[in-house]
Design a protein around this ligand. Sequence first.
Ligand code: LMR
Length: 396
Amino acid sequence: MFENLQALPEDPILGLMAAFRADTATTKIDLGVGVYKDEHGKTPVLRAVRAAEQAVLADQQTKTYVGPAGNEQFNALIAELVLGSKHPALTGGRVRAVQAPGGCGALRLGAELLTVGGARPTVHVSDPTWANHVPLLSGAGLKLERYPYFEHRTGTVKFDAMLERLSSLPAGDVVLLHGCCHNPTGADLSIAQWRKIADVLLQRRLVPYVDIAYQGLGEGIDEDAEGARLIAATVPEALIAVSCSKNFGLYRERVGALMVLTESSTQTTATASHLRKIARGIWSMPPDHGAAIVARILSDAKLNQDWRNEVDAMRNRMLSLRSALSTALAKTCSAEMASVIEKQRGMFSTIPVTPEAADTLRQQHHIYMTRDGRINIAGVSMAAIDYIAKAIGSVA
Ligand code: LMR
């Protein structure tokens, strides 16, 4: 049965992670996979997570099943974190969150929901988008198309071209939007641009599918959710995939949620039953541990505040790194390369280097980045900035 299977090339992001681990050079620098790192290259367990984890373990009385929707306290709290507790879609009962194994599980759950009843809407994703959006969405049988998004030369959003494309799409098509901290480019929409997009989605009866995986790591916890909040206040139906990997540092625990918004609370209740059925048919029930930690943090005023402080510290460190790297790159590269980094937000920037230049940086300088020029800003340490800037300058 398996005799005809050929070995596949490595995943563009996870393959890089494995190659970095195997590299024995002491000077190696990992700007590849999107995980937060401190100045020493460590990805720490957050203080609030450690405290919540201890409390969860101390209180836990059973390991019995949680059910296909996961932890309902987590579901309610995560919806409030994303939309804000007073959002009319939430208070009107039109939104329901269902826990999923990470942002990936959430994205797949939403993709499967889009096919319920035999529909196969086209999903429009940004050009470029996170590499794993493609298998996660097309694996559910959905067709993907790309809308113009990123101007490589200037590192900014091609907003007019994006809006024009969205304005020409047929009703019922789905538009995938990055809630904040666009992956891989770091080029985000302004709130005025979100407003224009929300209007086009409403007028053309398109269904937004917002992927929010970096809330708090761009401009702030509430600021980063403004686009998603605006969309949910404007359109009748939407999906929002949430990840707690980055902002809670819970990567390996696989914590996420899919939020569904429909026209009425009755419709939302019905749709949520489909989500539970889909979940039951794929993973049956999500893992509990990480979601229990998030629920504990969000429901405890002290832990919640401490977590917010930690998110602020991660964001501010990345902003300082952006600024220092930009200053160093201004000396070794073009002014454009420097300004790209300074302008963008979140964990990533896409810098204008060729795939061959990215290969040279890996092979000769032991600096790891994906071949599209995406760099993880948190992987840069202050101590390595000059080394990185010089190396990029030698290939750019
Ligand atoms: C990334 O983009 O590097 C992260 O979201 C990790 C992943 O799963 O690709």
